[in-house]
Design a protein around this ligand. Structure first.
Ligand code: SAH
Length: 260
């Protein structure tokens, strides 16, 4: 099980995000703690193995091994070698599935949104992909909260629903505490918004979906990207802060992502 020990982290304004690796879950957690990613004792247990593709074609991984490929916990029953392979895009599949983001990316996002992820909070996850972060967020906001994942590739929506069910979250899907929708199914306001792909510029439509108070964690930029905190205070005043340099896949059009 991958433990997310959530805490606010101190980062200088444009520091590049740390990347952590570990040969086992224990080592990963320890390295993330050393890097300052985890500080508090809030924990969301989510087994990543339910949210990665078990590719049967490994050529891609030989060319582009993922920098954090060796992170799937050994407890998941996968030897490290095959865990590495599960991070690769399955070439036999025609799905435009990006690499599942590294644990540190998910961890940073969760850490930065943590003050707004109280029990009962409503959270929007834009570009929800595998559904992994929806699960993490669900554990943090609890059964009285609501996590809405929006993903523009319908096949990924189906896949994420399967993953969430595999992870024992079928009931949360049934009772609506987790909702995954294809395309644009937003209904704010949301206390916390996570955007999992980089927008070239800050999308105003999403700022409008933020509650008062609320926070959005969003990667912004093209070649040079940074995480922006967009905070709305109780009076609706919006402030922005660049917190670190990052590298995300683009927030884009479905056709562009599919290459058509
Ligand atoms: N956080 C996810 C994946 C992030 S990768 C996970 O943990 O698995 C970025 C995701 O954003 C991809 O799945 C991509 O299909 C999706 N995406 C890109 N542009 C989008 C858009 N305009 N609307 C919705 N989803 C989008």
């Amino acid at each position: 099980m991958l433990n997310f020990l959530n805490a606010l982290i101190q980062l200088t304004s444009t520091t590049m995000a740390w990347r952590c690796t570990g040969k086992s879950n224990k080592e990963l957690i320890s390295n993330m703690a050393t890097a300052g990613i985890f500080k508090s004792d809030q924990v969301a247990n989510v087994d990543r193995a339910n949210y990665v593709r078990h590719a049967t074609h490994f050529a891609f991984s030989k060319i582009h091994p993922h920098p954090e490929a060796n992170l799937i916990p050994e407890q998941s029953g996968m030897p490290q070698q095959s865990a590495r392979r599960t991070w690769s895009v399955p070439l036999q599949s025609q799905l435009p599935i990006p690499l599942t983001p590294p644990p540190s990316q998910h961890a940073y996002a969760t850490e930065h949104l943590l003050p707004y992820l109280r029990p009962g909070a409503r959270v929007l996850d834009v570009g929800s992909g595998s559904g992994y972060l929806c699960a993490v967020l669900h554990h943090l906001v609890g059964p009285t909260g609501k996590v809405v994942g929006i993903e523009h590739i319908p096949e990924l929506v189906d896949w994420s629903v399967d993953n969430l069910k595999k992870d024992g979250l079928g009931k949360a899907l049934e009772d609506g505490s987790i909702v995954v929708v294809a395309g644009d199914g937003r209904k704010g306001p949301y206390d916390a918004i996570h955007v999992g792909a980089a927008a070239p510029t800050l999308p105003n439509e999403l700022v409008e979906q933020l509650a008062c108070p609320g926070r959005m964690f969003i990667p912004v930029g093209t070649y040079s990207q940074y995480i922006q905190h967009v905070d709305k205070d109780a009076n609706g005043k919006v402030t922005h802060k660049e917190v670190m340099g990052v590298s995300y896949v683009p927030l884009t059009d479905q056709e562009k992502q599919r290459g058509v």
